[in-house]
Structure formats: structure tokens, C-alpha cells
Design a binder for this molecule. Structure first.
Ligand code: SAM
Length: 347
């Protein structure tokens, strides 16, 4: 995957190919600004307002949301360039892609994810320190309650976009009854798996700060009663025994390699014979691999926001074998760039 400049027409395409466009100016100003523009459009209520009131004129948007008219117009124009908004005459609406992500019937809602970009922005500001010191910062330690709330909601939105991949590829033994969703937050992934395997009972294990909000999210979405929520710390606490299926989605990149092996060993000990495990993660490219915008970008992002890193599929496979699992293998999909599901079976 590549991310960056696109030409508007043939002349610009040639200018770009010929190296006549000053790319660093655009990278330094436009890249960060576009991301921030989307976050602010959600935070100020613009996206929600246009979802409720398509075709609203600028003056109305600014007046109702108590925003400056001139600056709001500049923001709207940037969002139009990003393909989230349309302008017809003087009327602003969500575009097709705006509707898809921010509309009332959004197929893939990302409002919380965009808003959580604001605390994440503060984290990425630490990049220079991290590059100098080699020390990342575990963001879980310093979050306010409001950050925890939006973080959990953002993770729910993210999970709704990838759960199908886990459900499609997760091996589930025929007699499996319990699915331990470790660091499972909202529990959407194990709940989605239980929709395919109705005998499975999802049990989410997560930090208490997360569960305060995660349970409300599941409740609002109407599936909380199908999930059991258990508060605990994956680094310290025991997992309940008798687990048939264990899921670890988007968590192990927070911990060093040795700790991950220790966690996987403890998961293995808590599992019934013949159970299965699935690790859904971002995969970091090999050091000599072709540049990959998503894989390389996420690897750097998670190096800042944890004191660990993203790993490669073969590393997870090795750890699963070290922890006593068999037949560990990596499943990838073009629809999931830089993501993978590593699955294995217990003995
Ligand atoms: C990136 S979210 C992933 C949530 C969910 N598994 C998903 O993929 O949507 C990471 C989750 O791990 C939880 N977490 C972080 N550190 C943890 C720890 N030490 N013990 C238990 N849960 C932890 C966070 O509270 C958060 O809900």
C-alpha cells in the first residue's frame, strides 16, 4: 500500500513524475493537516451535523455549531478535497464516502476513531524523544477517563471492520464452549464468533478502566448480555481455566517478546486439551522488505505508543510453538493490508 499525492489530471501527473512538485512541502503541511482536519470536523460536530442535515449552508453550520464562518469554510474545503464532503451551490453534504464512515446509517462508522486521533496526536508528538531514547510510552498508563471512553469506542469501531476476518479464519473445535477474549474490550470479536458458533460463550478479560466503558458500548449495541466481562491484568492475573478458544486481538504488540511467550504459556495452561488460539495483529515488514505504508507506519506508531513493537508472523508462530501450541500458521488477506491472524491448536 502507498499513501500520498495523487494528480488531478494528466498535466499534474507529468509534473509529479518529472519531480517538479515540491513533495516535502506537501508532506510536512498537508499530511498532518488533513488528518487533523478530519479529527476536528468530528470533534466540533460538523460531520454529525451534515449527517443529520444534508445540504446545510456554511452560515447555518457555523451558527449552530458556534464556529467561525471563515475558518469553517477553509476546513470544509479541505474535507471536500479528502472526498468526505460535497458542495452543491452553497450547500454542504457528506459525500458517498463521508456517508459510509460518518453518516447516520454508516456502514463502517469511524467517528470515535477519528476523535481518538486527538489524544493519539499527542502521543505521536513524542516521536523525536522515542527515536532519540529508544523508549516508547505505554499510553494506557496516562489516559484520562474521557480518553478511556473514546479509546474503547474507537476500538469497537475498528473491531467491526476486522471481526469478519477472525470469524472466517478462526479454527473452532466442534465441542468448544468458552471463548476467552483476552484484552477483548467491547467483546465484539468473540461475540461475532459466537454468532457463527452458537454454543460458544464469550468471556472478555480486560483492565477495569476499559471495562467501565466497554460494557456500556456492548450494552448500547445490544449484545452485552451474551458476553461475560472479567476485570484483570494480562501481565499479572491468572486466566480462568477451561477455555476452549482464546483470542488475543491487537494486544501483544504492547509487550516485549519474552513477556509474550510467558503470556502465551499461561493462556495455554488455562486451555482445555484440543482448544485453539488466534492472535490478530498488525504485521511489521521485514527490515529489508519493500516499503509498505501501512505496515511501516503502524510499526512506528506502536513503537511510540508502547514500550514494545509490532512483530512478524513468523515470530508469533515461533512463540506459539515455544508456548506448547501446535500447527501454528499465519493467515493474511489483501482486504486486510498489514494485518494477520496467527492461529494454532493446543495439544
Ligand atoms: C487495542 S485495544 C484492542 C481491543 C480488542 N481486542 C480489539 O481488537 O478491538 C487493546 C485492549 O487491551 C487492553 N489492555 C491493555 N493492557 C492490558 C493489560 N495489561 N491487561 C489487560 N488488558 C489490557 C486495553 O484496555 C484495550 O481494551
Amino acid at each position: 500500500m502507498r499513501y500520498g499525492m495523487q494528480s488531478k489530471g494528466v498535466a499534474e501527473w507529468f509534473a509529479m513524475k518529472a519531480g517538479l512538485v515540491p513533495q516535502p512541502i506537501l508532506d510536512v503541511i498537508l499530511g498532518p493537516l488533513q488528518g487533523r482536519a478530519l479529527m476536528v470536523a468530528v470533534r466540533t460536530g460538523i460531520m454529525k451535523y451534515l449527517a443529520d442535515r444534508p445540504g446545510a449552508p456554511l452560515s447555518e453550520i457555523a451558527e449552530i455549531l458556534k464556529l467561525d464562518v471563515e475558518c469553517t469554510q477553509l476546513l470544509l474545503r479541505v474535507l471536500r478535497g479528502m472526498n468526505y464532503l460535497t458542495l452543491q451551490g452553497d450547500r454542504w453534504s457528506l459525500s458517498k464516502s463521508g456517508e459510509r464512515y460518518f453518516g447516520l446509517q454508516a456502514k463502517e462508522p469511524y467517528s470515535a476513531f477519528a476523535e481518538y486521533g486527538i489524544p493519539q496526536w499527542d502521543m505521536t508528538e513524542k516521536l523525536e524523544d522515542v527515536v532519540r531514547s529508544g523508549r516508547g510510552v505505554d499510553f494506557h498508563d496516562g489516559q484520562s477517563d474521557a480518553d478511556w471512553q473514546i479509546y474503547q469506542q474507537a476500538m469497537f469501531e475498528n473491531a467491526r471492520a476486522f471481526a469478519w476476518f477472525v470469524v472466517q479464519n478462526m479454527p473452532v473445535p466442534p465441542a468448544a464452549k468458552t471463548c476467552l477474549d483476552i484484552a477483548g474490550s467491547h467483546g465484539w470479536v468473540s461475540y461475532a464468533l459466537s454468532q457463527k458458533y452458537p454454543q460458544l460463550r464469550p468471556v472478555v478479560f480486560d483492565l477495569p478502566e476499559a471495562l467501565t466503558h466497554a460494557q456500556k458500548i456492548a450494552d448500547k449495541a445490544g449484545y452485552a448480555s451474551a458476553v461475560q466481562f472479567v476485570a484483570g491484568d494480562i501481565r499479572r492475573d491468572k486466566f480462568a481455566t477451561g477455555t476452549d478458544v482464546a483470542l488475543l486481538c491487537n494486544i501483544l504488540h504492547h509487550f516485549p517478546a519474552q513477556e509474550n511467550v510467558a503470556i502465551l504459556k499461561r493462556v495455554r495452561q488455562a486451555m482445555n486439551p484440543g482448544g485453539s488460539i488466534g492472535i490478530f495483529e498488525i504485521e511489521t515488514p521485514k527490515a529489508d522488505a519493500v516499503a509498505e505504508a501501512a505496515g511501516d507506519g503502524f510499526a512506528l506508531f506502536f513503537r511510540i505508543t508502547s514500550d514494545s513493537a509490532c512483530y512478524r508472523g513468523d515470530e508469533y508462530v515461533g512463540w506459539l510453538h515455544d508456548a506448547g501450541f501446535t500447527n501454528a500458521r499465519v493467515v493474511r488477506s489483501v482486504r486486510m493490508p498489514s494485518r494477520m491472524l496467527v492461529v494454532a491448536e493446543g495439544k
